[in-house]
Design a protein around this ligand. Sequence first.
Ligand code: F3S
Length: 394
Amino acid sequence: MYLNQKEEDMSNGEYGETVRKSMDILIALGEIYDAPNLVDITSAQVSGVSYKTIGDAGLEYLEDLANDEKAEATVTSTLNPPGIDLDNWKKLGFPEDFSIKQNKIVDAYGSLGISKTCTCTPYLVGNVPRFHDHIAWSESSAVAYVNSVIGAKTNREGGPGALAAAIVGKTPMYGFHLDENRLAKFSVDVDTILKGADFGALGYIIGQKVGSDVPYFKLKNNPSNNDLKSLSAALASSGAVALYHIENITPEYENADENIEEEITITKEDILNTRANLSTTDKEPDLICLGCPHASLEEIKEVSNLVEGKTIKNELWICTSINVKASADRMGYTKIIENAGGHIVSDTCMVVSPIEDMGYEIIGVNSAKAANYVPSMCGLDVIYNDLQNLVKFI
Ligand code: F3S
């Protein structure tokens, strides 16, 4: 891979040890994927944050990188969710040992100049690239959203690749950075009107069918941004979709269907069957967990309207970023939800937190990604349904 003089100097350690290690990662990636050169990026989003997934080895690695005073992120960079609510872990009952290690991980990232804004929806809280910007993001649901809905260009980075890109300010030029790889291979004709959790079910079906290829949807009704958030997460988790197009909706849809190789039709029955199959039990959930991907202010408002003046029967968490929670606090939604017995949980989520050690057995979710991951990553049962059908009152 071609390196200019400054990149050569970075690679030779003239900008410090952490930059040198970061260049090693970017060069290795570039050589694996035959990238001709590095490209400047405007934004990074770094996964590999939860102590549950990276453990002590990850913590040591990050603290070692952070010891280099010269190391500093050079582009707008945010973190993926950690395993706890960083401010309220005690009140919410997160285990103490886990929480102490988790805070050290986030502090190490902070020392590297990565914003301690921890969210899988960075596009809702200020890490918002422009159309056709090259970026390096690693949270898979956010990658699908930012490529498809915003039209920025990123591969599905791993945590180390995204961190290296944040520090160097560049990423190898391959995959979805190249226009020729952004065309659809599958056309998906959706034969029914979609609402709420239907979008997650659609993403779940199509992710399984297309794997890492690009689908081109023809929908009967316009999705909201929250629907697109759910669709992106489901496509990225049941398959490995990093980019999709929706006719007349997403910014690159025109001509994206030039190379279609296979056509798929999705019926109402397909959606209903998938919705039913995503639940692993028909018992009552003991915890309802919303906000996968992290809830927007509109989604929190919807919950607030639903529960106002009532008492919720099950436990309820709404996972979101600290930034959206601050807006919900100011709007009075947090108080309404807390008065009904629910909690707005910042930073973390039902998948990356140690929820299996907190006494819960059945989790109610309205996200197909969470329905897919809670059984496999937490070993718990799930119920998949719309918000209105999950929340019960005393
Ligand atoms: Fe975000 Fe956790 Fe879902 S990281 S996309 S809320 S699994």
